[in-house]
Design a protein around this ligand. Structure first.
Ligand code: F6R
Length: 264
């Protein structure tokens, strides 16, 4: 696992965008990007958008697959992940909406929606780079603690903590849906590269458990230890509980030329 500790949230976004742009350039125009919602990747998307606007990155032929969606929230709702992805990813990155996929959280066909979503990812050739955030309880996607590390895309029940954390996007906690459809941990692990971004002291325990704790479904993100190309990009506050923080900093500062990122 590569750990990059940044001065602040904007720097996390700049480094994350550099990593995603590097992979996109290597893969070519048809790159398949896995996208997360939530606050953590917004700076990364803003930095990617700057590259697109500057003409140094073209994602017009790229495909995108979102991690998750609320169950039962109409897609027109401003906080449905369909709407959030359209607003924060599809439009600013000039993606072709026909190639942007979000799991279907409508009640009709819900039983098979997960299987169909996994099949669509395979049909697109698999995800080249998956952008991830992490919940304060260590979830990735909406795979809450004790999710199977081999799980596939399916319906899950959100924990009270996740519903409380996401109340900020709704009028009240009662309005936060109780169920979601999320890529499984097994699905996420099939992406050829993972880029996880996180900011703030409230993520410090989850980051320490993910990076330096045991691999356990109690901290679903700890499964990243098993991925051959996982990069974790965090600010100083989120790195606050890492025992080897100085080592990770030294490693990043002394990368050989060919491994360095073009951070803008
Ligand atoms: C979002 C997602 C979640 C979030 C996590 C962190 O699609 O899958 O795992 O990444 O809940 O959310 P923020 O970034 O808002 O702290």
């Amino acid at each position: 696992m590569e750990i990059i500790i940044c001065q602040n949230e904007d720097h996390v976004g700049a480094v994350g965008a550099a990593k995603v742009a590097q992979i996109a350039r290597r893969v070519g125009p048809g790159v398949v990007i896995g996208v997360a919602t939530g606050g953590s990747p917004l700076s990364l998307y803003a930095h990617l958008a700057s590259r697109v606007e500057a003409g140094t990155l073209d994602l017009s032929e790229a495909s995108a697959f979102a991690l998750d969606e609320y169950v039962g929230l109409p897609i027109e709702h401003p906080e449905s992940y369909y709407s959030v992805i359209d607003r924060t990813v599809t439009k600013p990155l000039h993606l072709d909406p026909a190639r942007v996929h979000v799991p279907n959280g409508s009640l009709e066909g819900l039983e098979t929606a997960g299987q169909r979503y996994d099949a669509a990812i395979v049909a697109a050739g698999g995800v080249d780079v998956q952008i991830l955030g992490i919940g304060a309880n260590g979830h990735i996607g909406f795979n809450e603690p004790t999710s199977s590390l081999h799980s596939r895309t399916r319906v899950k029940t959100l924990t009270p903590q996740t519903r409380a954390d996401n109340t900020r996007f709704f009028d009240s906690e009662d309005d936060v849906p109780r169920h979601c459809i999320t890529q499984g941990i097994g699905t996420i692990m099939e992406a050829r590269a993972l880029v996880l971004v996180a900011n703030g002291a409230h993520k410090a325990d989850a980051i320490a458990a993910m990076v330096e704790g045991p691999v356990t479904s109690w901290c679903p993100a700890s499964v990243l230890q098993m991925h051959p190309r996982a990069t974790v990009i965090i600010d100083e506050a989120a790195a606050g509980r890492l025992q080897l923080a100085d080592y990770y900093k030294q490693t990043y500062e002394n990368l050989p030329e060919w491994q360095r990122l073009d951070v803008r």
